[in-house]
Design a protein around this ligand. Sequence first.
Ligand code: F1P
Length: 293
Amino acid sequence: MERELSSQPETWRSAAEEAAAATALPESGQSVAVVGCGTSWFMAQAYAALRERAGLGVTDAFAASEALLGAQRGYDKVVAITRSGTTTEVLRVLEAVRGRIPTVTVLGAPDTPAREVSDETVTLPFADELSVVQTRFATSALALLRAHLGEDLAGAVADAEEALTVPVRQEWVEAEQFTFLGTGWTVGLAHEAALKMREAAQSWTESYPAMEYRHGPIAIAAPGRLTWLFGPAPEGLEQEVTRTGASFVHHGRRDPLADLVLVQRVALERARARGLDPDSPRSLTRSVMLGDS
Ligand code: F1P
């Protein structure tokens, strides 16, 4: 995990370079559904929010198991995101819409079943991973998609380099609980940050859209706990969190995707501090493959 997460600036650069040739990705104006499971679903959420914000067309993100792809929704394209290419729910979606809605899969492991059931694929083999816990495939897939939306990733890459060198504070390693917040595309990053902490370090983490936090979840904030915000800060939020005694963490200057790299490092350090092996996370496999029953 450590080796793979450290390579992110490089894999983001390579992913961004792929964008120009990735003609299978949605065109401007197309109505798009993006599907994935776990980490890949959260990257789908981030992409959907960014594409809509860019004015490029309706873009909805779904957990593959809950995708609403009926004819009445009128999607022009389905984008699937999967590192392994073997996740059952993703394969089922691709099979179900075959011949009805064109599909493109952003894929880590190239020669896998997802290729067979997708109309087109964009492969990122250089970002594939050995670790069960995803880091660089997910962020590289998002880097590809951001670049395809027309973003220049140079700043994000530089910020990721910095995020790999800043110290991981002891307070973050020891905190009893984390809540991650975001707005717009960073809501997906907040969910992914929370998942990383659970997967790698078995930590108690929650995640919400930042403006939802005051509608109940802030009751969890207390001394020894931590609220970490990705992206712009809603007015007054920091003061409200600080009033509870919880710590408020916000690196507003850094690209939020690079801030996720820092959280991956925190998850790794928390795993180590607890004597856990982040490469053998409890109850997890690299991909979930369900039986036929
Ligand atoms: C998706 C995923 C991972 C998760 C777990 C099971 O995999 O849900 O995000 O960490 O290991 O699989 P994939 O479809 O992107 O290969």
